[in-house]
Design a protein around this ligand. Structure first.
Ligand code: SF4
Length: 236
C-alpha cells in the first residue's frame, strides 16, 4: 500500500498533465506546426459563443411561452461585460423588436444605469431576461417556464462570466437565488453567485407603477452598490 508521501495528489496529477501538454505542443512546434485544428464551443470567444447560443435557440418550443411570442429575445450588449443585467421576461415592445428592455421600462433602466454615482452605459453591460419569450399579457413567467429556460441563461452566464449580476425584480431574483424571500428583503445586499455576486433591485416596470421617491431612492442605492462591487471586483 503506498504511503501518504507517495500517493499522487490532484495537484500533482494536474501538474503532470500540463507538463505533458506543454511537451506535446513543443514537439509539434518543432515540427513546424503553426495552427492547432481545435474546435469546440469551449474554445469560443464570448461573442461567438453567444451568437452560437442565439442561433441554436431559434424556433425553441420547449415551453408554452413559444405559443404567443413573435420573437425570441435572447439578449443584447457587451459579450465581455462585467455587469450582467437580468430581468424576468420580454414585454410587448421587446417581443416586437427582438431586443431586451427597449420599451418604457427599458428606457428607465437606461437612465437608472446612467444615474449619478452609477454611470454605466447600455453598451458596456449585457442585458437579458430569465425567460426569452414574452409571457402572454405580461404576466409573470411560471416556475416551470423559468426552469425550462434556465439552461439558456446559464449558458449566457458561462459565456459572459460577469463579475456582478444585477437582478431586476422579485421573479428574476428569486429564480436566480432559488429562494421565496420577497424582493424587499433580498435587495440592499450582496449575494454570492458562483464566481460573481448578485445584487437585486426593483424592476423598472415596478418603479413606473410606483412612482414615489421611496422606491426610486432604494433602487438608486442598489445600483450604487452594484457600481462599488463592480469597481472593487475589477480592481482585484
Ligand atoms: S421561454 Fe425559453 S424555453 Fe420557453 S420557448 Fe422561449 S426560449 Fe424556449
Amino acid at each position: 500500500m503506498p504511503d501518504e508521501a507517495s500517493t499522487p495528489t490532484a495537484a500533482h496529477e494536474l501538474a503532470e498533465a500540463v507538463a505533458g501538454l506543454a511537451a506535446t505542443l513543443r514537439f509539434h512546434r518543432d515540427l513546424g506546426v503553426k495552427d492547432l485544428p481545435l474546435e469546440g464551443r469551449y474554445l469560443l470567444e464570448p461573442d461567438d459563443a453567444l451568437r452560437a447560443q442565439e442561433a441554436a435557440l431559434q424556433g425553441c418550443r420547449r415551453c408554452k411561452l413559444c405559443e404567443g411570442r413573435a420573437t425570441i429575445v435572447f439578449g443584447a450588449g457587451n459579450p465581455r461585460a462585467d455587469l450582467l443585467v437580468i430581468g424576468e421576461g420580454p414585454g410587448a415592445d421587446e417581443d416586437a423588436q427582438g431586443l431586451p428592455f427597449v420599451g418604457r421600462a427599458g428606457q428607465l433602466l437606461t437612465r437608472m444605469l446612467a444615474a449619478r454615482g452609477v454611470g454605466f452605459t447600455r453598451d458596456e453591460v449585457y442585458v437579458t431576461n430569465a425567460v426569452k419569450c414574452r409571457p402572454p399579457g405580461n404576466r409573470n413567467p411560471e416556475a416551470e417556464e423559468l426552469a425550462t429556460c434556465a439552461p439558456f441563461l446559464a449558458a449566457q452566464l458561462r459565456a459572459i462570466q460577469p463579475k456582478v449580476v444585477l437582478a431586476l425584480g422579485s421573479v428574476a431574483t428569486q429564480a436566480l437565488l432559488r429562494t421565496r424571500e420577497p424582493i424587499g428583503k433580498l435587495r440592499g445586499r450582496v449575494h454570492p453567485f458562483g464566481a460573481a455576486v448578485l445584487i437585486p433591485t426593483f424592476h423598472p416596470a415596478f418603479l413606473l407603477r410606483n412612482p414615489g421617491d421611496e422606491y426610486k431612492r432604494m433602487a438608486w442605492d442598489d445600483l450604487k452598490l452594484a457600481r462599488r462591487e463592480y469597481d472593487s471586483r475589477r480592481a482585484r
